[in-house]
Ligand binder design. Structure first.
Ligand code: NAX
Ligand code: ADP
Ligand code: K
Length: 567
């Protein structure tokens, strides 16, 4: 069972409890849901099944406390190891820290729990009880007086009071932050709306200023649980203990960054109920590729296959100043496993690139005119004996660009990948609303800037809700959309969403997108459907980028061509 998702660098690291998990990254089944879906699930559990809210809160509190203790012990292990004072045995952990061999090792810990008025606050108070029992010192800091608290929070506060857990009320009592070693953020959960206000906002600011490690209950206060956008102010956490099911917003930046390491823990919502909820999306892992998309990540080949079995990619790309784009896309298609690749390119360019990739066939088009309406008809003729068309990388902009692209869009009876300049041409020609719906598979691969032009919004608006925008765009236009960038979103025309977690910031380098176009086209040529090719393509692209970066001293030195070599 998957219980851990780590945000480290770019990667969302998925771990499971089997013990094999730490090494088997991107395995397991991990789905994410919206805050509204989570509320429904909570309500169904409480009202239809009859499991009281207090039980869920108890489980949440215990899970949060277990993670805090684990965090503290891990820190100690690191400290001792770094100090060279000999090895401290890592303690073996079960769900709850009763198994700690020496609770005294936690006696120097003093955690401050920031308690909001909603049920997120109730989780924090329940966690405080378990922490006290584990030997930690704990102080509760309430954002509001009892009159404003939810029923559950009030009940938890009363229990904590009877147990004598020290508490303060923000704004009324003095507090010296210097005495604490860590903070639990239980201010706002999935009931949060808009910018944190009043005491809650001040408490977030102060918590961040302490520089202490912060562990969040469910989501960081100030992160939009559905989009990953940040409100102001927003908690900057070391760990987020996501309760029940992963929240969509934690898969996307900047929310993913604010959350730190994301750990997903069960709080007792019956699996039977959870299975009835249609997830908002999936994190791409080997299991998701297989189970949800029917892709074999091992890419096994028939022993009697021949080059015709694996398809022929046609790439229409490149111009005198961007010849490399066509080379990168075509070579990537070959490395992705297609049987053959042909690069259709402006005639004047052909002599300069001949032989650069010996395995590649060149098809000069357009005569002295280069790209234009006539070239489009030549590309369509070439496509009659090929399986897939990828258009866009390094095309540049040219006089008959609208007519060129429209001829391919309407006339290509094969799967089509549209990237780079072709996307800008499409946007300039009125966008998809003005174009006929294609019958064959169509994949668009915009980066956020290109997406903004296609959707007629600003880049900031694209980034504010990447999941929602990608889903709506794919549904509306009946295409498969690959919205690139860290945590690339793949949206299928049926509204399914997949988030990629592979890749490295080293891939933010010219030509990396051209390589992705080639990889996706290569997968289409081998018979994958649009969403299979897009999802598997981004997954492979990221893995190859990681391997390439690992071979360099610094990811900053990564070149797009290095990604191809690691496919
Ligand atoms: N529904 C349930 O019974 C369960 C809820 N759980 C926890 O409860 C959370 C959801 O609880 P709630 O729905 O009570 O919501 P929250 O705990 O997120 O609190 C919402 C409250 O904060 C106030 N608020 C909203 N936005 C604000 C802002 N921007 N600035 C200041 N105050 C703001 C609202 O007035 C509202 O009363 C989950 O995230 C989870 O941590 C789980 O522990 C399990 C069970
Ligand atoms: N920080 C990152 N983490 C993971 N992948 C990244 C990161 N930055 C860029 N990439 C990937 O690299 C590729 C860059 O594509 P693009 O922006 O189109 O570049 P170009 O147009 O120069 O080829 C995309 O697939 C993108 O998702
Ligand atoms: K929180």
């Amino acid at each position: 069972m998957i219980d851990k998702v780590r945000n480290m660098g770019n990667g969302l690291h998925v771990e499971d409890r089997s013990g094999k998990g730490n090494r088997s990254r991107r395995r397991g089944v991990l789905q994410f849901i919206s805050s509204a879906q989570m509320r429904t699930l909570d309500e169904q559990t409480i009202q239809e099944i009859g499991l009281p809210a207090a039980v869920l809160i108890e489980n949440a509190g215990r899970a949060i406390a277990a993670e805090v203790v684990r965090f503290c012990l891990d820190q100690k292990v690191h400290k001792v190891n770094r100090g060279g004072q000999g090895r401290l045995q890592r303690r073996i952990w079960d769900e709850y820290p009763n198994g700690v061999s020496n609770p005294n090792s936690l006696e120097l810990e003093h955690w401050l729990v920031l308690v909001g008025k909603g049920n997120n606050g109730a989780d924090g108070i329940a966690a405080a009880r378990y922490l006290v029992d584990s030997g930690l010192c704990v102080t509760l800091l309430y954002a509001t007086s009892e009159q404003e608290m939810s029923i559950e929070t009030l009940a938890q506060a009363a229990i904590a009071q009877k147990l004598g857990i020290p508490s303060k009320l923000y704004g009324r009592d003095d507090l010296a932050y210097g005495q604490f070693t860590g903070i639990i953020d239980a201010l706002l959960g999935t009931g949060s709306r808009g910018n944190p206000r009043g005491n809650v906002a001040e408490m977030i600011d102060q918590a961040n200023l302490t520089g202490l490690p912060i562990m969040c209950a469910d989501i960081p206060s100030g992160v939009d649980a559905d989009t990953g956008a940040l409100y102001h102010p927003c908690i900057q956490a070391r760990v987020t203990l996501c309760l029940g099911v992963l929240k969509a917003g934690l898969t996307q930046y900047p929310g993913a960054h604010a959350a730190g390491t994301v750990v997903v823990r069960s709080i007792g919502i019956p699996a039977k109920l959870a299975a009835n909820v249609k997830p908002a999306g999936f994190v791409l892992t080997d299991e998701i590729l297989e189970r949800e998309l029917g892709v074999d990540p091992a890419r096994l080949r028939d022993s009697d296959g021949h080059k015709g079995t694996y398809g022929h990619v046609l790439v229409a790309a490149g111009s005198s100043t961007m010849s490399g784009a066509g080379l990168l896309a075509s070579k990537a298609a070959l490395r992705a496993g297609c049987g053959l690749a042909t690069w259709a390119l402006p005639e004047a360019l052909a002599p300069h690139v001949a032989g650069a990739v010996p395995e590649l066939m060149l098809a000069p088009v357009g005569g002295s005119m280069g790209w234009g309406a006539a070239a489009a008809h030549e590309v369509l003729r070439l496509l009659e004996t090929r399986d897939v068309l990828a258009v866009g990388p390094g095309l540049g902009r040219f006089e008959e660009e609208g007519a060129f692209l429209r001829a391919l869009w309407e006339g290509a009876p094969r799967p089509l990948v549209v990237d780079a300049d072709a996307l800008n041409i499409l946007a300039a020609a009125g966008g998809l609303a003005a174009w006929k719906r294609r019958e064959s598979a169509t994949i668009l691969t915009p980066h956020p800037g290109e997406m903004a032009r296609l959707a007629g919004v600003s880049t900031a608006e694209v980034q504010r809700d990447r999941l929602g925008l990608a889903r709506a765009f794919a549904l509306e236009h009946g295409i498969t959309l690959v919205l690139k960038g860290s945590r690339t979103v793949v949206a299928a025309p049926d509204g399914r969403i997949f988030v990629n977690t592979t890749g490295t910031p080293g891939m933010a380098t010219g030509g990396a997108g051209d390589v992705l176009t080639g990889i996706i086209a290569g997968q289409l040529a081998q018979g994958l459907s649009a969403e299979q090719a897009a999802a598997f393509g981004v997954h492979l692209h990221g893995l190859a980028g990681e391997r390439a970066a690992a071979l360099r001293n610094s990811p900053a030195s990564l070149l797009a061509g290095d990604i191809i070599e690691q496919l």
